[in-house]
Design a protein around this ligand. Structure first.
Ligand SMILES: Nc1ncnc2c1ncn2[C@@H]1O[C@H](COP(=O)(O)OP(=O)(O)OP(=O)(O)O)[C@@H](O)[C@H]1O
Ligand SMILES: [Mg+2]
Length: 351
């Protein structure tokens, strides 16, 4: 039905296979035969010029504008919680990223493999497929995000043995177990890097009466955050600037690793719970496989320091952080494009 044989031929002739990791925080584009050629924040800046909305920047350039735009310009993140929240803007963003990745001169229409969160509804999947379709695709295939993450992390997805992958992105954490090329367990919770940033914002507001933006919270997280408090002392320290809520003027304070770890205790606990719940709900055979092979962490959230230790303590299992954690999904989607025959069973289509 999907015409995989014919597509293999098309891919070989035109070499125009494109894989997209459409993430809440970052979008990566992989081009057949080249690898990852684009890695940009999922942000679009739009201006209202003579009553008409126009895209003025996408990616890194647009992210710089988040929270800093004058009245007539808006910097938008078209994805929230792993799914498309603003279809027109997401559509435009994908079009531009694909164009940039392929170069303007290309005439051929690519076959696109794009990931969808495992918990997404049919409507949400169709929205992602339609958005990819609109970027002049010849044919679009969907791949479950945790499947792509597992392939990208080098897990043996086609073997008759369960592999557990936990992909912690900006919008969602997906916990999945994969065996024989299929997903035997998957659960997605709407907790990830964004919820951690929100927790930092609310901690700083409550404890320091200081209002900080999303970008500052993310900066603090990347610089000093950890999933558990330091064994002793306050740990790392970082200055933070924002607006004083008492007298309304800009102010600088310092926050510590211990404070930020405490601020993150809730999102971290939710991730731990999701992993424990998964372990309790897989078959005994699969549980036995996971005891041997452990748990693989992927996605930007996997870089949160000591998260692997926290999960190891909570489960008693080996936990590893994938090499290239931020790129696993794109590499996995890319692998599916490169070897469409081998991974035919993991690709689906809404049409
Ligand atoms: N060193 C780090 N420590 C903690 N978090 C980090 C670190 N580096 C990146 N992140 C966070 O990882 C998130 C981005 O990860 P990733 O690119 O995997 O998400 P995404 O694929 O865009 O989102 P999703 O899969 O949920 O749609 C951001 O929230 C970012 O702040
Ligand atoms: Mg992701």
């Amino acid at each position: 039905m999907l015409g995989i044989q014919r597509l293999k031929k098309v891919l070989n002739i035109f070499s125009s296979g494109v894989a997209i990791d459409l993430g809440t925080a970052n979008t990566l584009v992989y081009v057949h035969g080249k690898g990852i050629v684009l890695n940009e924040p999922s942000v679009v800046a739009i201006a209202e010029i003579h009553g008409k909305k126009q895209v003025i920047a996408v990616g890194s350039e647009a992210k710089q504008m988040l929270g800093r735009t004058p009245g007539q310009i808006q910097a938008i993140r078209p994805l929230r919680d792993g799914v498309i929240a603003d279809f027109d803007v997401a559509d435009e963003m994908i079009k531009r990223f694909v164009q940039k990745a392929l170069g303007h001169k290309t005439m051929s229409r690519p076959v696109i493999v794009i990931c969808v969160p495992s918990g997404s509804t049919a409507v949400e999947r169709r929205a992602i497929q339609d958005a990819a379709d609109n970027s002049r695709a010849r044919k679009v295939f969907l791949i479950e995000e945790p499947m792509a993450a597992a392939i990208g992390a080098g897990l043996p997805v086609n073997e008759a043995s369960g592999s557990m992958v936990v992909d912690i992105g900006g919008g969602t954490t997906e916990v999945a177990v994969i065996s024989l090329g299929g997903i035997v367990y998957a659960r997605s919770i709407r907790v990830g890097g964004d919820k951690m940033d929100e927790a930092i914002i609310s901690y700083v507001r409550k404890n320091h009466n200081l209002l900080i933006g999303e970008a500052s919270a993310e900066r603090i997280k990347k610089a000093i955050a950890a999933a558990s408090v330091p064994t002793e002392g306050e740990g790392l320290i970082i200055p933070v600037k924002g607006r004083d809520l008492v007298n309304g003027v800009p102010k600088e304070i310092t926050v510590t690793e211990r404070q930020i770890a405490e601020a993150l205790s809730d999102p971290v606990a939710q991730i731990v719970e999701a992993v424990k719940y998964a372990l309790e709900n897989v078959s005994p055979e699969v549980a036995a496989d996971i005891v041997d092979k452990g748990i693989m962490l992927t996605g930007g959230g996997a870089l949160l320091r000591r998260l692997d230790n926290v999960l190891r303590d909570a489960t008693g299992l080996p936990v590893s952080v994938a090499e290239n954690a931020l790129q696993c999904v794109a590499l996995g989607c890319g692998e599916a494009v490169e070897r469409i025959g081998k991974f035919e069973n993991v690709l689906t289509s809404m049409y």
